[in-house]
Design a protein around this ligand. Structure first.
Ligand code: FES
Ligand code: FES
Length: 151
């Protein structure tokens, strides 16, 4: 199997995997970065969202051979102490229920605020619509994003 060198959360890793292995599998099965969740595996739920070149992407859809030297950030690397404004707002609003979708929600919200620091309700709805929460925490997610956007 080919060897791939990856930059994830500021650390360099080397993995031996098939070229079409999705990044999500590399994160969870090869590197034990379990904060990124496997939901649908086909780009439909958002549970696997990470940052790739500073934008939110579905890691289940990115083949390892296409990543190159681009920096990947997972929920483990979003902040050193869980003090990213989005994470603080999530705590303030007590957003998670079961928690399964939440790292993907947080990574998507953080990417939204990089691109658009003061999103409107519609901007938030548009940006977050692909992140599914079976527990229905959408109202608190939206409140938390608005709080984070004011920090
Ligand atoms: S696991 Fe990637 S979008 Fe659902
Ligand atoms: S908090 Fe349970 S799926 Fe979102």
């Amino acid at each position: 199997m080919p060897e791939y060198k990856l930059r994830i959360n500021g650390t360099s890793y080397s993995v031996d995997v098939d070229s079409d292995t999705p990044l999500l599998w590399v994160l969870r099965d090869e590197l034990n970065l379990l904060g990124t969740k496997f939901g649908c595996g086909i780009g439909q739920c958002g549970a696997c969202t990470v940052h790739f070149q500073g934008a939110a992407v579905r890691s289940c859809l990115i083949e390892v051979s296409t990543i190159g030297i681009s920096e990947i950030t997972t929920i483990e690397g979003l902040s050193e102490d869980g003090d990213h404004p989005v994470q603080k707002a999530w705590l303030e609003h007590d957003v998670p229920q079961c928690g399964y979708c939440q790292s993907g929600q947080i990574m998507n919200a953080a990417a939204l605020l990089i691109e658009n620091p003061k999103p409107t309700d519609k901007d938030i709805d548009n940006a977050m619509s692909g992140n599914i929460c079976r527990c229905g925490t959408y109202v608190r997610i939206k409140q938390a994003i608005k709080t984070a956007s004011n920090q």
